[in-house]
Ligand binder design. Structure first.
Ligand SMILES: Cc1ncc(COP(=O)(O)O)c(C=O)c1O
Length: 406
C-alpha cells in the first residue's frame, strides 16, 4: 500500500452543465410563481386552476371506482393514446362541431405538451410563431427554446386582429399562428364569430397553419362561445388543442390534439420518444369522465360556481380598487385583466404583494403589452380570501401610485 495517497476527486462542475442546456429557464417571476403556487399561507390571486372547493372529489372517487372495477392489466398504450379515450374525445369534440376520427386525435400530457411537441416536431429553427399580444406563450420559453421567434399581433375586444398578418407572413416561411380564442389567457377576451370568420379567411388565403388553444372553452358563464375555428376548417389548417386541466383538474395531466393524420402521426412519434405516452391510469379515468356524461354534468356546476366567484370578485374590485384600476367583465374563464390607472413598477408590485401574503401574476410576464396590468384569477382562492386579497392589493397599489406621484 506504499505510495497510496487518498485523493479527493472534485465533483463535475454542475453549474456549467446547468447553464449549457438548450432550454431557456423561466423568467424570474414565473419561476417564483411556480414555486409559491403550492404555498397555502399565501392568498392565491393569480392561480390558473379551479379552487379545491370546486374539485369534484365524490364524483372523482366514483369514476375511479368504476375504472377500478373494470381494471385489467395495463402497460404502455398505443402511440396516439388509449383508444377508448380517443373515441370519447372524438364524440366530445363532435358536440363542438368538430368531425375527427380517433386516428386524428393524439392524447397528450396536458396542452402544454402539445405545444412542446409542435415546437420540436413541426417547425424549423428561425420560423415565426404569430400570437396574440399579450399571450400565455410569452410566460414560457417553449418555442423560443426550439429556436422560433414570437411575433405579437394586436388584440381588440373581438380578439386577435389579423389585419397586417398577411403582409408580414409573406416575408416568412414555415410560420404558424397560435391563438387562444376562448377566454384568452391573460385578457379573458372571447373571439367573436365575425372575427373567427375573418381570421380563418386570412389563414386560408395565406396557407398559414393555426394552433387553436381552446382549453378554456367550457368555462363560459354568460353564453356558450361561437364554434371553434377547427369546426370551420375545411382544408385542414387547424391543430386543435383541448385539455381537462382548466375544467376538471390539471392533476390528471390529460389533453388532446386534433389535426390532420400525418401531423398526428408525427407528433405521436415524438411523444413516444419523449415519454412513451400519458399515464395509462389517467387516460382510463379521463375516458370514463367523458364517456359517462359526468364531465358535461360537472361543467354545469363549474359554470355556476365561476359565475358566483366572478360576481364576488367584481364586487370586491369595485369596492376596493374602483379608483385604482379598470377591467372588462369576461363572458367566461377565470381571469380578470386589471389595468392599473397610473404607472407602477410590476416588479415592485409583485414583491410588495408577496411580502404581504398575496401571490399575483404581474401582466408583464405575458409580454410587453402586459406592462401595467395584473392578471387576477377568481377561480382559485376562497370567496373570503378573494375579498381580503383584493382589499390588500388595493392598498398596495394605492401606496405605490402615491409614491410614484411624489
Ligand atoms: C392558454 C393555455 N394553454 C395551455 C396551458 C397548459 O395547460 P395544461 O395543463 O393542459 O398543460 C395553459 C395553462 O395555464 C393555458 O393557460
Amino acid at each position: 500500500m506504499q505510495g497510496w495517497k487518498k485523493r479527493i476527486w472534485p465533483p463535475p462542475d454542475w453549474n456549467e452543465y446547468v447553464k449549457a442546456g438548450w432550454h431557456k429557464p423561466s423568467q424570474a417571476a414565473v419561476h417564483q410563481i411556480n414555486q409559491d403556487e403550492s404555498d397555502s399561507s399565501l392568498i392565491q390571486l393569480g392561480k390558473g386552476e379551479l379552487s379545491p372547493e370546486i374539485f369534484p372529489l365524490e364524483l372523482m372517487k366514483q369514476v375511479m371506482e368504476r375504472v377500478t372495477a373494470r381494471l385489467t392489466r395495463f402497460g404502455y398504450e398505443e402511440p396516439r393514446g388509449y383508444l377508448p379515450l380517443r373515441e370519447a374525445v372524438s364524440e366530445y369534440v363532435k358536440r363542438q362541431g368538430i368531425e375527427a376520427s380517433a386516428s386524428s386525435i393524439l392524447i397528450v400530457s396536458g396542452a402544454l405538451q402539445a405545444l412542446q411537441l409542435i415546437s420540436v416536431g413541426l417547425l424549423h429553427r428561425g420560423s415565426t410563431v404569430y400570437l396574440e399580444q399579450p399571450s400565455y406563450l410569452n410566460s414560457l420559453h417553449v418555442f423560443q427554446s426550439a429556436g422560433m421567434k414570437l411575433a405579437g399581433l394586436p388584440m381588440d375586444e373581438e380578439g386577435l386582429v389579423p389585419a397586417g398578418m398577411a403582409a408580414r407572413r409573406r416575408q416568412e416561411s414555415g410560420a404558424i399562428l397560435y391563438t387562444n380564442p376562448c377566454f384568452h389567457n391573460p385578457t379573458g377576451i372571447l373571439m367573436t364569430e365575425k372575427r373567427r370568420q375573418e381570421l380563418m379567411r386570412v389563414c386560408e388565403e395565406e396557407r398559414l397553419p393555426v394552433i387553436e388553444d381552446d382549453i378554456y372553452r367550457e368555462l363560459w358563464t354568460a353564453q356558450p362561445p361561437p364554434p371553434p375555428l377547427k369546426a370551420r376548417d375545411r382544408h385542414g389548417h387547424v391543430l386543435y388543442l383541448g385539455s381537462l386541466s382548466k375544467s376538471l383538474t390539471p392533476g390528471l395531466r390529460i389533453g388532446w390534439v386534433v389535426g390532420p393524420e400525418p401531423v398526428i402521426a408525427r407528433l405521436a412519434d415524438i411523444k413516444m420518444q419523449t415519454d412513451y405516452g400519458a399515464s395509462s391510469l389517467s387516460q382510463r379515468v379521463a375516458a370514463e369522465w367523458l364517456a359517462s356524461g359526468l364531465y358535461e354534468q360537472h361543467m354545469h356546476y363549474v359554470r355556476k360556481e365561476l359565475a358566483k366567484r366572478q360576481a364576488a370578485a367584481i364586487c370586491a374590485l369595485e369596492k376596493h380598487m374602483g379608483q385604482l384600476a379598470s377591467w372588462d367583465v369576461p363572458g367566461g374563464g377565470f381571469f380578470l385583466w386589471l389595468k392599473i390607472r397610473g404607472k407602477v413598477s410590476m416588479t415592485e408590485l409583485f414583491a410588495q404583494a408577496h411580502r404581504q401574503g398575496l401571490l399575483i401574476n404581474p401582466g408583464n410576464i405575458y409580454g410587453q403589452a402586459g406592462e401595467g396590468y395584473v392578471r387576477l384569477s377568481y377561480g382559485y382562492a376562497s370567496l373570503t380570501e378573494l375579498e381580503a386579497g383584493i382589499e390588500r392589493l388595493g392598498r398596495i397599489v394605492a401606496r405605490l401610485l402615491h409614491k410614484a406621484e411624489e
